[in-house]
Design a protein around this ligand. Structure first.
Ligand code: SF4
Ligand code: SF4
Length: 322
């Protein structure tokens, strides 16, 4: 079990209001809101900062490393690094997004643009109501953030969170575990990463790969998918802007290298690559299951492809010969 003990205090009269004022002081606040179309979106809010936690269609990566992020520019003989404005708060994040934030902090631990932006963001997690597609697991990985607001208590998750909580009058006396409700047994993932056999030639890759449209929607909404490309946009005046744009492992060019060879030329190979990346990890994070169970991919997939269902099939399916 991940150690989840954090300094905590009871919510007394006026504390939440004082916290709201402190969080919003000199910060633009983003929080989830449910649209008339039934889709949750992270958006700028001016009140009710702690209204509700929910998974939004696009997760916090849209603020941490937005699509088309400007990294540097060259204009009139001058090279300029992009200076990030600080002062952003994101409130109402559920467990899965706090875990995803912890994961992204590891992935981008040496990325100066990400670190610069991240340092200016104050994050408040909250208890959520599990949705029909949620398969979260508090033991999967630690969480990141600054404060966590429960039903009758507030936890400080970072030094900045503790300072803000105490400044708002919170009487912090002890450490206590966060109140994560474990996912109902029926919703829990049946196959853990340690049990996952990724048979290269399993029939499930072909069967599901044939159904996959390669639209990339699942990866675009995934809070722990972070592939990106770098593009230089040259102007007719001689200026150059370097941008970081989201890439997607379902796109045909993702595995292409010089000379035209494509490591993942067919959809089955791309689907298997995504499963390996999500559940088994790469590089320094090899072995870290990064699927936080948010359910976004299942919600958006137009042909109902479900990585957990594929994992169950892999366990039961004998590897093909050949
Ligand atoms: S793979 Fe799907 S369920 Fe898992 S974190 Fe990504 S979007 Fe969420
Ligand atoms: S959303 Fe579904 S159809 Fe689209 S790339 Fe992902 S698995 Fe394939």
């Amino acid at each position: 079990m991940v150690d989840s003990g954090f300094p905590v205090c009871k919510i007394q009269d006026g504390l939440v209001e004082k916290l709201a004022a402190a969080v919003a002081k000199d910060r633009v606040v983003w929080s989830p809101r449910l649209g008339e179309d039934g889709v949750g979106r992270l958006q700028v809010v001016e009140r009710d900062f702690f209204a509700r936690a929910m998974t939004t269609r696009l997760p916090i990566k849209k603020l941490l490393f937005p699509h088309g992020d400007a990294l540097w520019s060259y204009h009139d003989g001058q090279y300029r690094e992009v200076v990030e404005p600080s002062g952003l708060a994101i409130t109402g994040l559920p467990l899965c997004d706090l875990q995803a934030l912890w994961y992204l902090d590891r992935v981008f631990s040496e990325d100066t643009i990400y670190l610069q932006r991240r340092a200016g963001i104050f994050v408040v997690g909250m208890l959520c109501d599990a949705g029909v597609e949620c398969r979260c697991d508090s033991a999967l990985m630690p969480i990141a953030g600054d404060l966590f607001i429960g039903n009758d208590r507030v936890w400080a998750l970072s030094d900045a969170g503790l300072a803000l909580l105490q400044a708002a009058g919170g009487r912090v006396k002890q450490k206590k575990d966060l109140p994560w409700p474990e996912s109902p047994a029926a919703k829990r993932r049946q196959v853990t990463a340690g049990q996952l056999p990724v048979h290269l030639n399993a029939g499930v890759w072909r069967a599901e790969g044939e159904r996959c449209l390669s639209c990339g929607a699942c990866s675009a909404v995934c809070p722990t998918c972070y592939c990106f490309d770098l593009v230089d946009v040259a102007g007719t005046d001689g200026s150059v802007n370097r941008k970081r744009v989201w890439d997607n492992c379902f796109f045909a060019e993702h595995g292409q290298v010089a000379g035209g060879f494509d490591f993942r030329a067919d959809r089955a190979a791309r689907l298997r690559f995504r499963m390996e990346h999500k559940r088994l990890g790469f590089g320094d994070l090899r072995g870290q299951d990064s699927c936080v169970g948010c359910g976004r991919c299942r919600t958006v997939c137009p042909v109902d492809i479900d990585l957990d269902r594929i994992a169950e099939q892999l366990v039961t399916e004998a590897p093909d010969a050949g």
